[in-house]
Design a binder for this molecule. Structure first.
Ligand SMILES: *Cc1c(COP(=O)(O)O)cnc(C)c1O
Length: 406
């Protein structure tokens, strides 16, 4: 274990490879340092309206949007208290730490929770979801909660298939989706997939500081909201609609919107299709690297289903007897590279490489090189050449793109 009491002055740029919060691009840092303006000022109102329209385009919705001055947990809570009533039953699809946390919150708020259980390394079997919905002929289940991209395991859930299970069983439950670590990284289509409440946050794919979250809300969800009796105040959508910004009971956090305007500008300048392709390419490079390391009984991809590998985060399982946190400490202290740790039951066993947001090939390769060196320094068994495998793949992708353009 690296000594944690010795702090060397960090030289060179911090490579922040946690899967949230993420690196904030310089242009967004500049934008959020905007001087104070009156949030009722006409020029701010214009900017705000533009942010609402732009974020709806990223959510791929034409319906409603509400913001919260809170991290993602605030939007989770808003989704539950605005749509449900005490003692309602909800069905949570187990994916990992974040589905468990959302379910715990629901129980804490006085809801009843049923779970579609899953092996965290393989993900939920959607036939089990379909069976649970088919069995509920009395329609006691009021909402299905799904985490689109499970940040603790590096696995995504195909939400179109969740929609298909609801449709196939003609189940009227609301469909709530957590897009906190997928929005701005993975394709998410709120309206096409019939998502009734899409929960998002600022500090992951949107490349902003932590503290702004939001929910996309469908017309069907607005109708359910009208009947909801959960106690609520600060996040009450009806009260928000009575305010000038149709969000925010209190002061509007204006700095976030200068930042969000720039974030949306960056996203639209790149284009959603290209942005998803970049995340896919960088995610694949990380996975090729980890697969190479897995030789000689080295670290492995935590996610065992190749069809559900996340393009925004990779969780890596350490070989038995080797600490993920010792490896992270080596990367941080020697190379100024910050990696994510294992959450809840994966604590110490898994480390996570975030590849979401403002990221390019050399940033990913730099992180992977630091991890490969840390594996060597810490005497963790692995096959060398992971970074070379990632470079080989990434160079090939560029050569193909050139050939295609010619
Ligand atoms: C980060 C994250 C959250 C929690 O959001 P906070 O902003 O930390 O409150 C919830 N769900 C997922 C999938 C996340 O990645």
């Amino acid at each position: 274990m690296e000594p944690t009491n010795v702090t060397k002055p960090a030289r060179g740029r911090l490579f922040f490879a946690n899967p949230g919060p993420t690196t904030i691009p310089d242009s967004i840092l500049k934008a959020v340092s905007h001087h104070t303006v009156d949030f009722m000022d006409a020029s701010f109102m214009d900017l705000y309206t533009g942010c609402v329209a732009g974020l709806k385009r990223v959510l791929q919705t034409r319906q409603h949007l509400f913001f919260y001055t809170a991290s993602g947990h605030g939007a989770w809570e808003a989704s539950l208290v605005n749509l449900l009533s005490p003692n309602d039953l909800i069905l949570v699809i187990e994916t990992g730490n974040f589905s468990e946390s959302w379910a715990r919150m629901a129980e804490g708020l006085g809801l009843r929770v049923k779970t579609v259980a899953a092996d965290w390394r393989r993900g939920a079997d959607l036939a089990t979801l379909r069976a649970a919905l088919a069995e509920d002929t009395g329609h006691e289940i009021k909402a299905v909660c799904a985490v689109h991209n499970e940040t603790s395991t590096g696995m995504f859930l195909p939400l179109d298939q969740v929609r298909a299970a609801l449709d196939a069983t003609k189940h009227p439950a609301l469909f709530l989706a957590d897009t906190i670590s997928s929005l701005g990284c993975l394709d998410f289509r709120m309206d096409e997939w019939g998502v009734d409440c899409a929960v998002g946050g600022s500090q992951k794919g949107l490349m902003l500081p932590t503290g702004l979250s939001f929910t996309g809300v469908s017309d069907k969800a607005m109708a359910a909201h009208a009947k909801s009796t959960m106690p609520k105040f600060y996040m009450n959508w009806t009260m928000m609609l009575g305010r000038p910004h149709k969000s925010f009971i209190g002061t509007v956090p204006i700095a976030f919107f200068y930042g969000l305007q720039e974030s949306l500008r960056l996203i639209e300048e790149e284009g959603l299709a290209e942005l998803f392709a970049r995340h896919a390419r960088l995610g694949e490079a990380v996975r090729r690297c980890v697969r190479q390391w897995s030789g000689n009984n080295g670290p492995q991809l935590y996610c065992l289903d190749p069809s559900r590998l996340s393009n925004s985060v990779t969780a890596v399982q350490m070989p038995d007897g080797f600490s993920a946190d010792a490896l992270r400490a080596t990367a941080m202290q020697r190379f100024n590279v910050s990696l994510g740790g294992g959450l809840s039951r994966l604590n110490g066993k898994v480390f996570r490489i975030g590849h979401m947001g403002d990221l390019n090939e050399p940033m990913v390769l730099g992180t992977l090189a630091a991890v490969e060196m840390a594996l060597k320094i810490n005497g963790v068994p692995h096959a060398a050449g992971g970074v070379a495998a990632a470079m080989e793949y990434l160079a090939g992708e560029q050569m193909q793109a050139t050939a295609k353009a010619a």
